[in-house]
Write a protein that binds this ligand. Sequence first.
Ligand code: FE2
Length: 258
Amino acid sequence: MNILMVGDVVGEGGCHYLSRVLPKLRREYEADAIIVNGENSAKGNGITPQSADMLFSAGADVITTGNHCFRRRCESLFDENPRILRPANYPEGTPGSGVYSLDLGRTRLAVINLMGTAFMEPLDNPFSVIDNILETLDTPCILVDFHAEATSEKRALGYYLSGRVSAVIGTHTHTQTADEECIDGKTAYISDVGMVGAARSVLGVCPEQAIQKQRFHVPVQFSEAPGPYVLGAVCLSIDPKTGNSNKIRRVFLKEMTN
Ligand code: FE2
């Protein structure tokens, strides 16, 4: 079966571009399920009921998030819709869940959202948290969205989970990497899948604002850069019986301008 995993969608522009291209991508890659990272889908970042609706309407089956999951103070969103995940390594008692088991008829796909701790919030250790989660799952088909800053932490988790999950897909840095592989022929891996956001931008934000912030270290109100847009994703081919991935293909679209 084929699974499409789409990187961080940035703002309204990213949501609209996703709506325009995702139906075609689903057909082209014959995707059985689509996972989308939506932690920057609301205006300014974070996720709201409105931006989540846009992602589901575009075709997302499960939405993952990351460090901005609670930025818009919409904690109840996660309890009300189990298909919207927050990182599983938040402390016990945090609203929502980091795991969702998607029914695909002939099999189930478990989607796990985890966050790195290198240069990020000091959440629970993602390595030990996922060890505990894997003991509870009833399917070999398992996709992990590892929302993390450091490539070293991402690659280490990829090897740690080799042969134990179908895929470890990095998100958060918004720039698609070229290191996709099937580790040991079983676990699809990429350090970062990329984003859905403005091409002329710094991670989706207006370059001039990012320069102001980096140059002078003063607080800057970021806004979403205008289009044209890019889309970063991967398509995984998973054996539904064993859960092994035998192929990972990078997807990169750039909107044409006249
Ligand atoms: Fe992030």
